[in-house]
Design a binder for this molecule. Sequence first.
Ligand SMILES: Cc1ncc(COP(=O)(O)O)c(C=O)c1O
Length: 404
Amino acid sequence: FLVVSQQQHTEISYSPKDQLTESKEWTRLAIQRLWAERELMGTTPIHVVVPTGMTNVKIVFKNESASPTGSLKHRYSWALMMWALLEGHVKNGTHVFEASSGNTACSLGYMCRLLGLQFTAVVPDTIELVKVQRIEEQGGSVVRVPISDRLIIAEQLAKSTGGFFMNQFKNAFHAEEFHESGSSTKKSANLMDELLIQLNHTPPGVFIHPAGTGGTLSSIGRYAKKYGLNTQIVLADTQFSIYYDYVLNGTFSKQTGAHHWITPGMAGIGYGAMGPAKIAETTSLDPAVIDRVLKIPDLASTAAMKVARDIGINGGTSTGVNFLAALHIGALYKTQPVSIATILADSGKYYEMTYFERNWIAQKFEFHGGLPIYDCWIQVITKSFATGKDPLERGQKICSVQSF
Ligand SMILES: Cc1ncc(COP(=O)(O)O)c(C=O)c1O
């Protein structure tokens, strides 16, 4: 039986026996509580967009911003916590630590609170204030550090306090589900599994998403490969991230790409400042399940956030990348019908003061050419939506710093 109280950390109530039984009983009830949470999560909605100039193209956004903690990291944190309970890393009283750019911390803070566990997030010092507030609302503590130090400091803090470092970069690879639930009444937390049910089991022709840890895209790719779906898995990488080369050529798995990183990047996605990308160590992106890789300029993605919002898709950084990549892939299909699935990963409201704010864009993207280039991309993407022309091809020609 589960007792949910109004306290910030809800204790799990059980009858104490010997220490081992007591600990196992706590874990059993914690797992039960997570399954109750899975029920509550239900199914995030989908929004279908048919670009005016591409009537053969259906872009399906899975709206993860509608999840209880407002991002794709809700189901992801659920999976991480379930794994940590099953493996015995998290027990009654464990203080959980995580390195995050905000969304995972908020969702994991929620899961910790659900189980009555203490939670500390180690976040980049560039984090949006609103994301800090969301973590604190879940009862989590926040430690701000330079982005490249997140993993080391989270690990050190966990070690020195006897806590557990969840380490989404390393452990999403182990924790993310990629199975359907079969005849079980308990639903799989895999995003593709849920989406397929919504699409009446007709797999999309293409699935597009960027990678931060790579956990989400790998879970979708592994699912698609395992069940033989006819879905091309596309990684849409950010401009200065190493993932493109890592997937395509296996580079940067031994040497760092940190020197290629140019700020501000797209919050939460891409991989730059954290040294080499080693599978199941510093990243969970599995190149084996990716079919195609794209590079999307950061200022173009920022412009795409605005164009997407103007047509009713109010998403954050990765939604901008996804929208632009979807228009690019859509244009390649010319007149052939195609369904392109992607994710509205978090709400645009978290980026009001940053990626939607012209002064911020002018300042932070000065190196990239600032507002003239941003406005150029807005025009190109808007036109692409209306006419079906490839926005990447056109934008790369006319919206480069050299052309101004
Ligand atoms: C808004 C947003 N989109 C996409 C991602 C990337 O997801 P993943 O870490 O599963 O690769 C993140 C990661 O934090 C994110 O915050």
